[in-house]
Write a protein that binds this ligand. Sequence first.
Ligand SMILES: [Zn+2]
Length: 205
Amino acid sequence: MNRATFLKGLAAALAAPSVLIGCQNGQSAPGSVAASDTLQVAPAPPDARVFSEGIQADTMHVHPAVETVGESRRSADEWRELVGNDAYRILFEAGTEPRYSSPLLEESRRGTFICAACHLPLFPSSTKYESGTGWPSFWAPLDGRLGTQRDTSAGMVRTEYHCARCGGHQGHVFQDGPDPTGLRYCNNGLALAFAPEDESLPELR
Ligand SMILES: [Zn+2]
């Protein structure tokens, strides 16, 4: 990155409220904008579906595995009706919720985190961890549940990820997570719902 790009990114980061920066480490200094840029040049998450030692996320299902991801395409009005305005802004307008705003930060039961829009299971509770960022964080999704794309908004270069079934935006993935993947899936709580182990998963929609 050249200096002009860095300064532009830094200025954008400093000018933007934290809700727009999104999914950056809350303890980081402003200079971390440059660090995050460097991090995001790395391979996209498909490589992360197979961990070190060949463990796949599908082996960590708490609920019975959903066999097919399928596809769910609805109109904007339909999704807004189903998920409400706040979640709609995150899922379908690439919004970011304020840090420390999600009740799911405190969720520590065994279960499955599912897409708030279409209910596709995305993360097993076993890969959730406390990242200290103020957003629900995971070190791996269930296999094949997320799509990714390069996101250059907010003066940063990040890897955006979204539900593979409905396309709903979930968050961004960074390479500063814990073992065994070293990845941090920084998720909006509003884009998720939680199904505890002793309750069945809601129907896909
Ligand atoms: Zn979905």
